[in-house]
Design a protein around this ligand. Structure first.
Ligand code: COA
Length: 334
C-alpha cells in the first residue's frame, strides 16, 4: 500500500522570459513557400520569439530571475533546480548548473531532465517527489528551450512550428492535501523514435561533416504521424485522469495543454467537455516552445488574475519519445 505523504507540493511562485525578436507568419512567407493563412489555420500560430544571443540558459536564468523578483524569493533559499530542456547549452555541464551560478543559488543542487514536450510535466512530478518526502522546501522547476537552435529554416513542414522561451515555477510543501499536486498519469513509448527525433550530435552519430551535410542536427518530424498519436494520446490521458479523480467538466477551471498545435488542443478540450474559455492558450504568440509551453501558460493566466486559489487544473502534454501524460493540481495561492 502506498505510504501516506507528509506534504503536498504546491506552486508558490512563477516567472517567465521570452526574447524580444519576433518571427511572424509574414516573415516565413519571405523564406519558404508558405502563407500566413495556411500557418494560422493549420497550427493556430501567429508569431514566435527567437533568442539571438546565448543558449537556453539565458531563457532559463531570466525566467528564474523574474520568478525571484516578482515573489521576493532569495537565491540562497532555493534547494534544488530542475531544468527540463531538449536544447541544453552544452551536453555538459547541465544547464541547471549554469542557472544556479547566474542566479547565485549557492545552497542548491540540481540537474537537467530531458523528456521533450512532456519535460515540464515529468520535471514537475520529480520535483514534487522531493517536496512530498519532506527533504526539500524550495524546488525550482524550469522549462526552457531554444528550439531555433535545432530548427531547419528551409523545412516548411517544421520551421513554422517552433519558438524559444523559458518559464519557471517554485514548489513548496503544504500539509493541507486539498492543494497542490493531486494525481498524474505519465507514459513513455519508445516506438515514437521513428516519427520524431534528432539523430545527429549525440553518441550515436557524433558531429561530423557528414552529419551536418545530412542535416542530422535538426528536428526530424513526420508531422502527420505525430499529429494523429498526439491528438489521441493527450485526449485519452486527460480524460482518464478526470475519470480516475471523479472530475466532471464543470469541476475543472482550466486545461493547461502543451502548445504544439491549436487543433490538438481543441480536440483534447472537446473530449474533456471543456469550452475554449477553459483552456489556457498562448500558442498564437509563442508557437511550440517545448518544455516552456505549460509553465508559461500558468504564468500568464496567473498574472492576468485568471487563476484563483482552489482552482482545479489539468496539465497535459505529448511529445517526442513518445512521452506524454496529464497532471491534476489544485492551485494554492491568491
Ligand atoms: N506552408 C504551406 N504548406 C505547407 C507547409 C507550410 N508551412 N507545411 C506543409 N505544407 C503542405 C504539405 O507539404 C502538404 O502538401 P502536399 O499535400 O502537397 O504534400 C500540405 O501542406 C498538407 O500537409 P499536412 O501534413 O496534411 O498538414 P497537416 O494538416 O498535418 O499540418 C502540421 C501539418 C505539421 C502543422 C501538423 O501535422 C502538426 O501539427 N503535427 C504535429 C505537431 C506536433 O504536435 N509536434 C510535436 C509534438 S510536441
Amino acid at each position: 500500500m502506498a505510504q501516506e505523504k507528509k506534504y503536498n507540493a504546491i506552486i508558490t511562485a512563477v516567472g517567465m522570459y521570452f526574447p524580444d525578436k519576433v518571427f511572424d507568419n509574414k516573415y516565413f512567407e519571405s523564406i519558404i513557400d508558405t502563407n500566413e493563412e495556411w500557418i494560422l489555420t493549420r497550427t493556430g500560430i501567429r508569431e514566435r520569439r527567437i533568442l539571438e544571443n546565448g543558449g537556453t540558459s539565458v531563457l532559463a536564468t531570466n525566467a528564474a530571475l523574474d520568478l525571484m523578483q516578482k515573489h521576493n524569493i532569495k537565491a540562497e533559499e532555493i534547494d534544488c533546480i530542475i531544468v527540463a530542456t531538449v536544447t541544453p547549452d552544452m551536453f555538459f555541464p547541465p544547464t541547471a548548473c549554469l542557472v544556479q551560478k547566474r542566479i547565485g543559488a549557492v545552497n542548491a543542487w540540481g540537474f537537467d531532465l530531458e523528456a521533450a514536450c512532456s519535460g515540464f510535466l515529468f520535471a514537475f512530478q520529480t520535483g514534487s517527489g522531493l517536496i512530498e518526502s519532506g527533504q526539500y522546501k524550495k524546488v525550482m522547476i524550469i522549462g526552457a528551450d531554444k528550439m531555433s537552435s535545432i530548427t531547419d529554416y528551409t523545412d516548411r513542414n517544421n520551421c513554422i512550428l517552433f519558438g524559444d522561451g523559458g518559464a519557471a515555477v517554485l514548489l513548496e510543501p503544504i500539509e493541507d492535501k486539498n492543494f497542490g499536486l493531486q494525481d498524474s498519469i505519465l507514459h513513455v513509448d519508445g516506438s515514437g523514435e521513428v516519427a520524431l527525433h534528432m539523430k545527429g550530435g549525440g553518441s550515436l552519430n557524433p558531429p561530423s561533416h557528414e552529419t551536418v551535410d545530412k542535416k542530422m542536427h535538426y528536428i526530424y518530424q513526420d508531422g502527420k504521424a505525430v499529429f494523429k498519436v498526439a491528438v489521441k494520446g493527450m485526449a485519452d490521458v486527460s480524460v482518464e485522469l478526470m475519470q480516475k479523480n471523479n472530475l466532471k467538466s464543470e469541476d475543472i477551471a482550466y486545461l493547461v495543454p502543451h502548445q504544439a498545435n491549436m487543433r490538438i488542443i481543441d480536440a483534447t478540450a472537446e473530449r474533456m467537455g471543456l469550452s475554449r474559455d477553459k483552456v489556457m492558450i498562448n500558442i498564437d504568440r509563442y508557437g511550440n516552445t517545448t518544455a516552456a509551453t505549460i509553465p508559461s501558460c500558468l504564468v500568464e493566466y496567473y498574472r492576468a488574475g485568471k487563476i484563483k486559489k482552489g482552482d482545479k487544473l489539468i496539465l497535459s502534454a505529448f511529445g517526442a519519445g513518445y512521452t506524454w501524460g496529464a497532471t491534476y493540481i489544485v492551485w494554492a495561492i491568491d
